[in-house]
Design a protein around this ligand. Structure first.
Ligand SMILES: [Zn+2]
Length: 70
């Protein structure tokens, strides 16, 4: 399961799985905007925007958030 509710902490990390290499996190937090977080994977260095709104929108807990290369 993915814990989307804890995508930010004080250390500029985002506890999300990497959509590219499946690294389990934390990803480096580069920025955020409302439901969106701009993260970089420390393992494969992929940068992606991740939509965390999926965690607020309804019963889709097993689904990955929408991601695409930035
Ligand atoms: Zn990665």
């Amino acid at each position: 399961m993915i814990m989307l509710d804890r995508w930010i902490d004080a250390g500029r990390r985002a506890w999300l799985p990497c959509p590219s290499c499946s690294f389990a996190g934390p990803l480096w937090l580069l920025g955020s905007d409302l439901w969106w977080v701009w993260v970089q994977c420390p393992t494969c260095l992929t940068r992606v925007w991740i939509n965390t709104h999926a965690s607020h929108g309804g019963p889709r807990p097993a689904e990955l958030p929408d991601v695409w290369p930035g």
